[in-house]
Design a protein around this ligand. Structure first.
Ligand code: BDR
Ligand code: CA
Length: 347
């Protein structure tokens, strides 16, 4: 039964592949001019796939300037996500990166975590240690606010890889920063893939739907990497072997994380590997032409117990609601993994 469901899901995805009628690739490509040497804040809940996203960003200083990393409760509680973010910076050989702990809970709800996917630590797989690089004293939400007020307007991109609690809290506390954000490029949501934590919702949006709804309504330019994309960015034995074959600490750490991480989705979907969700956000900043999607309206369900956290995405343009996000639908998975392997090889 499980295998048949998986076949259906992946066959459905294939309908989307490279179909110009369904993706507005030109709109995606138009953005290339804006995408060099971007100043970003990575907002994250590591998470093995978050960890690979951080490694990719730190390996790409020509295109990406990481102003800081803010952590949020999500895959595992905050105490673990801030520890994990620092472990990843140490693996990358970048102990000077500023890591700030943000919110320990969603804006209005109790925290839901995902140890069943990521393991007890969130980074299960490799042997972990207590990081020695410091956690910054400043709260993560305050760091986001201060950074956006300090940097010239329109020059800082936010990259949320977990629940949107820190971003939502920053926007509530300091509405003046909203107009100063260059863009939000986030991992979250789903349309064709519908949900992973519930039948109707993707994890990051489900955990803090109020924050997600406020971010989507903020008027900031938003690019979303939903499950429709990330479920095509699958680790395979050959792709994991390529990380291991780098022969470096980063390569080994990545391979060991992914070998643990993929077991959950392989069992659930009958797929060849696990989806590398969060690195899609960073890869988009480096090589936007690997992705394509549509400018559409996306609303978040915040009240129905049955469909809480659903991203109601008007992919087919059946409403008059104004577009508020570039919602991605496809990725060149081979190009994505080539980029990842090449960049992680630089660390
Ligand atoms: C998202 O949820 C987390 O488990 C992953 O890190 C990713 O950000 C996928 O639904
Ligand atoms: Ca994440």
């Amino acid at each position: 039964m499980r295998a048949r469901m998986a076949e259906f899901a992946f066959a459905n995805n294939r309908l989307l592949d490279k179909s110009p009628a369904r993706c507005d690739c030109a709109a995606t490509m138009d953005r290339r001019a804006d995408l060099s040497a971007r100043k970003i804040i990575i907002d994250t809940d590591p998470g093995q796939d978050d960890a690979v996203a951080i490694l990719l960003a730190l390996a790409s200083p020509t295109e990406i300037d990481v102003l800081g990393i803010t952590t949020v409760a999500g895959n595992v509680p905050l105490q673990r996500t801030q520890t994990n973010a620092r472990i990843v910076c140490e693996v990358a050989g970048r102990p000077e990166v500023k890591v700030h702990a943000g919110r320990a809970a969603p804006l209005e709800r109790d925290l839901v975590t995902a140890e069943h996917v990521h393991g007890r630590t969130g980074l299960d797989g490799p042997e972990l240690w207590e990081p020695t690089m410091p956690l910054q004293a400043q709260d993560g939400v305050e760091f986001i606010i201060d950074t956006l007020r300090r940097e010239p307007p329109g020059t800082v991109t936010l990259c949320p890889l977990g629940p949107l609690s820190n971003i939502g809290a920053a926007f509530r506390r300091a509405p003046d920063i909203i107009d100063r954000v260059q863009e939000i490029v986030l991992m979250g949501g789903a349309y064709f893939e519908v949900g992973n934590i519930t039948p109707a919702a993707e994890f990051n949006i489900y955990v803090d739907p109020e924050a997600a709804a406020e971010v989507l309504a903020s008027g900031v330019r938003i690019t979303m990497m939903p499950l429709d994309v990330t479920h095509k960015a699958l680790t395979t034995p050959a792709r994991v072997a390529a990380f291991r074959a780098l022969g470096t600490r980063v390569g080994l750490f990545t391979a060991e994380m992914l070998e643990f991480f993929e077991r959950f989705d392989v069992e659930k979907y009958g797929s060849e590997g696990g989806p590398l969700h969060d690195p899609c956000v960073i890869a988009y900043l480096i090589r936007p032409e690997l992705f394509c999607g549509r400018h559409i309206n996306v609303e978040i369900e915040t009240s129905s117990p049955l469909t809480l956290g659903m991203t109601v995405a008007d992919w087919w343009g059946v409403t008059d609601r104004s577009p508020n996000a570039l919602f991605m639908g496809d990725v060149d998975a081979s190009g994505f993994f080539d980029l990842l392997t090449e960049r992680l090889g630089r660390l």
